[in-house]
Design a protein. Structure first.
Length: 581
C-alpha cells in the first residue's frame, strides 16, 4: 500500500487529537506555544511533555493515513538483500528502514507518515513500488544502528582489520617509543586514519548510549574502555594497548592541549556536532603508572531537562521548593556528591525564574550548559577569577539572582551570605551527605550561626536512581515484611499483605540492564523558625534532621521508597543510592 499524501488530514493534528479526547484543549495550547518557540514538530512537543505516548500517537497517525502501525520486533532479522536495497545515507537522512521486499514491492517503516518526499525518493532510487508502515522512532533508530551502524563497516573490529592491512607496524613503533620528546611522531600517529576512526567511534558510541562519561584507562598489558550510563560504568570493546599514546594524543589535539606534556594532569574541552546538535566534552587527562588515563564528560544540551516537574520531586516537596525559590532574598543550597544531578536542578531552577525583569548572574567551573537570558561567567582560578572574586564583582552588577557553582571556602561563603543580607537570592552547592549536614558544614567553615540562621532559607539534598526500562518492565509480588528493612511505613501500604513491585528483564532498548534513564530523589529541608533556633544552639546534624522530619521533611530514603512503590525504580536502586534513616 503506497502512502497517501499528507492532505488526507483535513484538520490539524492537534485539533484531531483534542476531538477524540486524547489530549485536552489546555495541553494543545501549551504545546502549540512551545512549538512556536522551539520550531519542533507538534507531535514531538506532545511526546516531550508526556501528554501522549509514542505508540498512541503513531497508531492515531496510522489510522488517519490508512497505514498499519507495527512493532519491528515482529519482523525478526531483516534479510541482508532487503537492507542492501536502500543505501545507508538514505535511511539515516530520512529515518526509514526497509523491512521486506516481495517481487517489486518494498515495504519500509517510518515514524513520520507525512514525509511523502522520502517515499518519492525511495521509489525513484529503488525502482520499486513502496509500501509504508509506521513504527516508533526509537525502534527505527535501533534497527538502523543494528543493520547500518557500528555492527557493520566502521566497527572496532573493522578498523583494526584495516590497520593490519598497512599501517599497523608504523603505529606500533611510534607507540612503543619510550621518550616523551618525540612529539612529531606522536602527532603523526594521532592523525593516522585508524586512530581518528577509533576516537570518533568511541565518541559516537557514548552519545548513542546516552553515556555521561567516557573512561580510557591504560594498564600494564591492556587498555580498557568504559562508558558511564545512568550512573553505572559499562565496559566496552577496547583497541589494542599499543595505540594508547596515539589515542591520548588525538584527544589532546582535539582539546587544544599540549601533546608533549605527559607528566602532568591536563584539562580541556572539545565541541562536536552529532546529528545536527552540538555536544560539549570536558576532557581530563591524568598520568598513571602505565600511561595517561583520559576521562571525557559528555554534556548534551539537548538532553538537559529544564522542567522542574520532571526531575523527580514529589508533589508536596515540589510545592515547598517552588515557594522558597520565589522569595526575594536568601540562600538556597543544593547538596550531594559529584554526579548527583545538582547542576541540572540549579539550571532548571534558574530557567524557571528566568523572567525579563530579573537580572540573573552565575559563576561556574565550568559553564556546563548555556542558558539564554542568563549571564554566565567561567571561573578561571589561574588568573585570579575565583568564585569569591567573581561573586564580589557580581554585587556591582545590579543582580537579582546569583548562582555560585560551589561554596568551597570560607571567603566564598561569607560573600554569599553578605549578598543574601543585602537583598539578593543566592543559589549554590555544597558537598554533604544530606540536607541537615549543610548547616554543620557552614558552621565548620567558620560561619557564625546567627548569619546562617538569618540567610539560609532552604537546603536540598539529592541522589539519582535509575528508572526501570518501559519496554521490558515486569511486575512481581513480595511480602510487606520484606520491606521493613527499607523503612517503608505501614500507612503507605494501606493494610496490604502483598505489595506489587517492578523490575526490568533487560532488552535491546536498555542494553539488557533493565534500566533506561534516571530520576532524582530529593530531601528538601525548609529552614523554619524551629530549625533556626537549633542552628543558633549549634545543634548536631542528627537533632536538626529529627526536627526537620517532624516538620514534614521527606528524607532521601523516603523519597526513593515512594519511587519504588510507584513502580519507577527497583529495590536494588533504593539500597544502592540511599542510606537507612
Amino acid at each position: 500500500m503506497a502512502v497517501r499524501p499528507a492532505t488526507v488530514i483535513k484538520e490539524k493534528l492537534g485539533n484531531l487529537l483534542v476531538e477524540v479526547g486524547i489530549i485536552t484543549e489546555e495541553q494543545l495550547k501549551e504545546a502549540t506555544e512551545e512549538q512556536k518557540k522551539t520550531g519542533m514538530k507538534l507531535g514531538k512537543v506532545l511526546l516531550s511533555r508526556e501528554y501522549i505516548s509514542e505508540d498512541v500517537l503513531l497508531a492515531f497517525l496510522g489510522k488517519q493515513f490508512g497505514i498499519s502501525f507495527v512493532s519491528l520486533q515482529e519482523y525478526g532479522d531483516i534479510p541482508k538483500e532487503v537492507i542492501n536495497s536502500v543505501p545507508e545515507s538514505m535511511v539515516k537522512r530520512q529515518l526509514v528502514i526497509p523491512i521486506t521486499k516481495k517481487k517489486n514491492v518494498l515495504t519500509i517503516a517510518m515514524a513520520d507518515p507525512m514525509n511523502v518526499f522520502a517515499v518519492d525518493d525511495l521509489r525513484l532510487m529503488t525502482g520499486c513500488d513502496v509500501n509504508v508502515v509506521i513504527a516508533s522512532e526509537s525502534e527505527i533508530k535501533s534497527a538502523i544502528e543494528k543493520y547500518y551502524g557500528t555492527s557493520g563497516k566502521g566497527s572496532m573490529d573493522d578498523i583494526l582489520k584495516e590497520m593490519e592491512s598497512g599501517e599497523a607496524d608504523d603505529l606500533e613503533v611510534v607507540n612503543e617509543t619510550q621518550g616523551d620528546e618525540d612529539t612529531s611522531a606522536l602527532a603523526l600517529a594521532a592523525e593516522d586514519a585508524p586512530v581518528v576512526k577509533i576516537v570518533n567511534l568511541l565518541l559516537a558510541e557514548a552519545i548513542k548510549m546516552g553515556a555521561s562519561d567516557i573512561h580510557i584507562e591504560p594498564y600494564e598489558k591492556t587498555l580498557r574502555i568504559r562508558y558511564r550510563v545512568d550512573g553505572v560504568l559499562h565496559q566496552a570493546k577496547a583497541p589494542p594497548k599499543k595505540l594508547q599514546n596515539a589515542i591520548a594524543s588525538r584527544i589532546k589535539i582535539m582539546s587544544s592541549l599540549d601533546i608533549a606534556e605527559r607528566r602532568l594532569p591536563q584539562d580541556g574541552r572539545i565541541k562536536i556536532k552529532v546529528a545536527g546538535r552540538e555536544i560539549d566534552l570536558r576532557v581530563s587527562i591524568l598520568p598513571t603508572a602505565f600511561g595517561e588515563k583520559v576521562v571525557m564528560r559528555v554534556l548534551d544540551a539537548a538532553a538537559l531537562c529544564l522542567d522542574l516537574t520532571k526531575l523527580g520531586f514529589e508533589g508536596e516537596t515540589l510545592s515547598v521548593y517552588h515557594k522558597n525559590i520565589e522569595i526575594p532574598y536568601g540562600i538556597v543550597l543544593v547538596t550531594g556528591p559529584t554526579g548527583s544531578g545538582k547542576s541540572t536542578t540549579l539550571y532548571s531552577t534558574l530557567s524557571t525564574l528566568n523572567y525579563p525583569d530579573k537580572n540573573i548572574v552565575t559563576i561556574e567551573d565550568p559553564v556546563e550548559y548555556v542558558l539564554e537570558g542568563i549571564n554566565q561567567v567561567q571561573a578561571k582560578p589561574d588568573i585570579g577569577l575565583t568564585f569569591a572574586a567573581g561573586l564580589r564583582s557580581f554585587l556591582r552588577q545590579d543582580p537579582d539572582i546569583i548562582m555560585v557553582g560551589e561554596i568551597r571556602d570560607t571567603e566564598t561563603a561569607e560573600i554569599a551570605i553578605n549578598a543574601a543580607l543585602t537583598g539578593h537570592l543566592v543559589f549554590s552547592t555544597l558537598h554533604t551527605n544530606d540536607a541537615p549536614g549543610a548547616l554543620t558544614r557552614l558552621n565548620n567553615m567558620g560561619i557564625e550561626p546567627f548569619l546562617t540562621s538569618s540567610t539560609v532559607v532552604m537546603v536540598i539534598a539529592q541522589r539519582l536512581v535509575r528508572v526501570i526500562c518501559k519496554k521490558c518492565k515486569e511486575s512481581y509480588e513480595v511480602d510487606v515484611d520484606s520491606l521493613d528493612s527499607l523503612g517503608v511505613k505501614k500507612e503507605e501500604l494501606k493494610g496490604l499483605e502483598k505489595v506489587t513491585l517492578y523490575r526490568g528483564k533487560g532488552c535491546d532498548n536498555c542494553s539488557n540492564t533493565g534500566y533506561r534513564g534516571r530520576l532524582a530523589c530529593y530531601e528538601v529541608m525548609e529552614v523554619t523558625d524551629r530549625l533556626r533556633d537549633l542552628i543558633l544552639e549549634r545543634a548536631s546534624t542528627h537533632v536538626v534532621k529529627l526536627a526537620a522530619c517532624e516538620d514534614g521533611m521527606l528524607t532521601l530514603r523516603e523519597s526513593a521508597v515512594k519511587k519504588l512503590l510507584s513502580g519507577t525504580t527497583t529495590v536494588e536502586e533504593v539500597m544502592r543510592v540511599t542510606f537507612a534513616d
